[in-house]
Design a protein around this ligand. Structure first.
Ligand code: KIV
Length: 283
């Protein structure tokens, strides 16, 4: 598929049983690599707070942070559809604020859709954002902005009450017009049950193989984030180790005078240096 991936492509992929691939990115070079590798969608996740900005969780991420990083990602993505996260408290202070903040991610950031966490509690915000012409991705299950409510990073939907809530919220989001919903750390049989009953695609993270697509955080996939590794992560390469080795070699070569050589330096005619040697500045 060489054409731009759009909201229609999300829905078409589900119809065709073609799995959707999504990865996060927060900067131009990573977005460009992922786009050229053929990923369908790039999420500028508010995981940015932890894996790029070094905060403990996502609650410190601001609208300005999200707009800034979305701009960079959009410059690198030609085919992949860029979705940007609405950060903590950017959609909880009234529909007008929600639409204004979602609008900033599109008009300033340049993304094609936004993602927000929650179901019934934010459904009026979802409807208002969609009415303003901004496509919405939902996010249910473990919703990281509510870490202080959950009391830590925990799978959700293990009781009948919580499973029912996640299922109902997914149906509500679909009815409100969301074109996809992320299911994070939902037991895989519940994720399969929901995926089968929705017309819109589910994108799983830690929610098993039966979701209609998958998303992972690029810093986890590449071994760049080393503070902790969630259970659902698969590390496909270890860039952290590669950077560590490169940095150690660089330090050693600088200290031993091995780097730089003439090959890494610029030349000037000897006559210029000879001329300089004759000058005496009165300083
Ligand atoms: O912020 C993020 O990266 C996310 C994904 C993990 C789904 O929301």
């Amino acid at each position: 598929m060489n054409n731009k991936f759009t909201t229609a492509s999300f829905l078409e992929s589900k119809k065709q049983g073609r799995k959707i691939s999504m990865l996060t990115a927060y900067d131009y070079p990573t977005a460009k690599i992922l786009d050229e590798a053929g990923v369908d969608s790039i999420l500028v996740g508010d995981s940015l707070g932890m894996v790029v900005l070094g905060y403990e969780d996502t609650t410190r991420v601001t609208m300005d942070d999200m707009v800034h990083h979305t701009k960079a990602v959009v410059r690198g993505a030609k085919r992949a559809m860029v979705v940007a996260d609405m950060p903590f408290l950017s959609y909880h202070t009234g529909k007008n604020d929600s639409v204004k903040n979602a609008g900033r991610l599109v008009s300033e950031g340049g993304c094609k859709a936004i993602k927000l966490e929650g179901g019934e509690d934010i459904i009026e915000d979802v409807k208002a954002i969609i009415s303003a012409g901004i496509p919405v991705v939902g996010h249910l299950g473990y919703t990281p902005q509510s870490i202080n409510v959950f009391g830590g990073h925990k799978a959700q939907g293990k009781t009948i009450a919580t499973a029912k809530k996640i299922y109902r919220d997914a149906l509500l989001l679909q009815k409100a017009g969301a074109f996809s919903v992320v299911l994070e750390c939902v037991p895989y049989k519940l994720a399969a049950f929901i995926s089968k009953r929705l017309d819109i695609p589910t994108i799983g993270i830690g929610s098993g193989p039966d979701c209609d697509g998958q998303v992972l955080v690029i810093q986890d996939v590449t071994g760049m984030f080393r503070d902790f590794t969630p259970k659902h992560v698969k590390k496909y390469t270890d860039m952290g180790a590669a950077i560590d080795m490169a940095a150690k070699s660089y330090i050693e070569e600088v200290q031993n005078g091995v780097f730089p050589t003439e090959k890494n330096s610029f030349t000037v005619d000897d006559s210029i240096i000879e001329e300089l040697e004759k000058i005496k500045f009165d300083i």
